[in-house]
Design a binder for this molecule. Structure first.
Ligand code: FAD
Ligand code: NAD
Length: 478
């Protein structure tokens, strides 16, 4: 390997690999260093997202959704199936195949774009040098005009529930169960708790979710959060709010979990498996030599400005290791921005419009401001909501739970937020993101023609409802 680069990216997750590809496209000599290997010591490019995050969780969500539909949903369509069964090892094997295919995809993209891949653990030294320790313990040093730190995040562990990686697991362990647990406990009703709780619930686990906070999905628009809670309840996800876990004990093949309920009373529950998913923390272990000059903020994130510059000129940091939501697409956009800044182009990320999606069924998604945020800002606003129950396509598909909500500024009519729970919520909110990116007004959405019959008509009708003229439901008198 040559040892002098224009750009050295540490981490090949969705932030790092995207940055490396864009930098190489811009003609910069680029290396991307990652330490993730399979059991044969072969590189597994793609980071958390590809190896133990977005992609494997969605593979299991898709399999479990198909099983659940066949089990519960097909009957309404007149389709009967006998002796339906789930082969968990086969499901896990398919998930691993998906991961492998995507790992190879990134390797192929690196080759096609001329990104050099380096396997090993990187440490940032002073003077923009990087020490790389390979699997066999050999050490080399490279230097780069620009360094991009994209080392991501790892699950948070909490003292009451130390992992034994068999009965008490984190999100990674929950992607690998060899059979469907009879009783599954989940700590944290966040994104991972809801997604992985849904996977195993659909396959037959009795799932209990213990959430310390009083409110459900505190970051989402609360009208959508309430609607989602109703839907999850119908799906028999037992979500207990104000339930703070204070201890656990593994007894044979099960775990006893103690938590304080709303009244502060201690309760005990017993599960066959327990998933701890209480958030993630930035990963910077042994990453910086003492004199490297990189500063962390008070929560342990690498300190950066709006353009992902650290305190050391020429050193950037992106993705989960810096402030902001821990989302793959947020890191990727930062990666593109940083590559372009290094190539002396004008670039920025619009942090106001990062879409959030929870891939339950139905999906929960949002972008822009929630009604609570708009209200708190003192801005005068208008709201339109529309239920999927009044959308022909949704009823035809037996997918009529949920709604779309559009929030617009009262004076300017500019769309401020789009929120949804329901079929294709992620795609509908993405349409809202495009509209908001172009500063669309509610009227712009009203005047846009939507195909019929589509789920998207719910977005159209919600935009019409903003001004009280939805067609397919009675409008509220104003
Ligand atoms: P990571 O993906 O964590 O990658 C960091 C990389 O850096 C790793 O490959 C690691 O090996 C490498 N590395 C670390 N330190 C070093 C070092 N010193 N030397 C060399 N290499 C190093 N987000 C979404 O947007 N949508 C989803 O649907 C979604 N689902 C998720 C489901 C689960 C179960 C989990 C756990 C996460 C999910 N996320 C999702 C979050 C998403 O995975 C992260 O936001 C994303 O992976 C962060 O990207 P990153 O590139 O910053 O870091
Ligand atoms: P999260 O922050 O979404 O949720 C963690 C939940 O655990 C919170 O609601 C918190 O109140 C609760 N909690 C914390 N301590 C607790 C305790 N002692 N007892 C009970 N509850 C407790 O975190 P996560 O679900 O672990 O996900 C981690 C990150 O991964 C998130 O930032 C998320 O953005 C990302 N992710 C995204 C997706 C997606 O975009 N679809 C999917 C999975 C993960």
């Amino acid at each position: 390997m040559t040892d002098k680069f224009d750009v050295a990216v540490i981490g090949a997750g969705p932030a790092g690999y995207v940055c490396a590809i864009r930098a190489a496209q811009l003609g910069l000599k680029t290396v991307c260093i990652d330490k993730w290997v399979d059991d044969k010591g072969k590189a597994k490019l793609g980071g958390t997202c590809l190896n133990v995050g977005c992609i494997p969780s969605k593979a299991l969500l898709d399999t479990s959704h198909k099983f659940h539909e066949a089990h519960r949903g097909f009957k309404a369509h007149g389709i009967s199936l006998d002796n339906l069964d789930i082969d968990v090892p086969a499901m896990i094997k398919r998930k691993d195949k998906v991961i492998k295919q995507m790992n190879m995809g990134i390797s192929g993209l690196f080759k096609a774009n001329g990104v050099e891949a380096a396997l090993g653990t990187a440490k940032v030294l002073a003077g923009k040098q990087i020490e790389i320790t390979a699997e066999d313990g050999s050490v080399s040093v490279i230097s780069a005009e620009n360094i991009v730190i994209a080392t991501g995040s790892v699950p948070i562990e909490i003292p009451p529930t130390p992992l034994d990686n068999d009965i008490i697991v984190d999100s990674t362990g929950a992607l690998e169960f060899s059979e469907v647990p009879g009783r599954l406990g989940v700590i944290g009703a966040g994104v991972i708790g809801l997604e992985l709780g849904s996977v195993w619930s659909r396959l037959g686990s009795k799932v209990t979710v213990l959430e310390a906070q009083e409110s459900f999905l505190a970051l989402a628009d609360q009208q959508i959060a309430k609607e989602s809670a109703k839907i999850f309840k119908k799906q028999k996800l037992d979500i207990r709010l104000s339930a703070r876990v204070v201890g656990s004990e593994i007894k044979g093949n099960e775990v006893e979990v103690r938590y304080l309920d709303t009244a502060g009373e201690e309760k005990t529950e017993t599960y066959d498996k327990l998933i701890v998913c209480v958030g993630r923390r930035p990963y910077t272990e042994n990453l910086f030599a003492a004199d490297a000059g990189i500063n962390l903020d008070e929560r342990g994130f690498v300190f950066v400005d709006d353009q992902c510059r650290t305190d050391v000129p020429g050193v950037f940091a992106i993705g989960d290791v810096v402030r902001g939501p821990m989302l793959a697409h947020k890191g990727s956009e930062e990666g593109v921005m940083v590559a372009e800044l290094i190539a002396e182009k004008v670039a920025q990320v619009n942090y106001e419009l990062i879409p959030s999606v929870i891939y339950t069924h139905p999906e929960v998604a949002w972008a822009g401001k929630t009604e609570e945020e708009v209200k708190a800002s003192g801005e005068e606003y208008k709201v339109g909501t529309f239920p999927f129950a009044a959308i022909g396509r949704a009823v035809a598909a037996s997918e009529s739970d949920g709604m779309v909500k559009v929030i617009a500024d009262k004076a300017t009519d500019r769309v401020l937020g789009v929120h949804a729970v329901g079929p294709c919520a992620a795609e509908l909110v993405q349409q809202g993101v495009i509209a908001m990116e172009f500063s669309a007004s509610a009227e712009d959405l009203q005047l846009t023609m939507f195909g019929h019959p589509t789920f998207g008509e719910a977005l159209h009708e919600a935009a019409l409802a903003v001004d009280g003229h939805a067609i397919h439901m009675p409008n509220r008198k104003r």
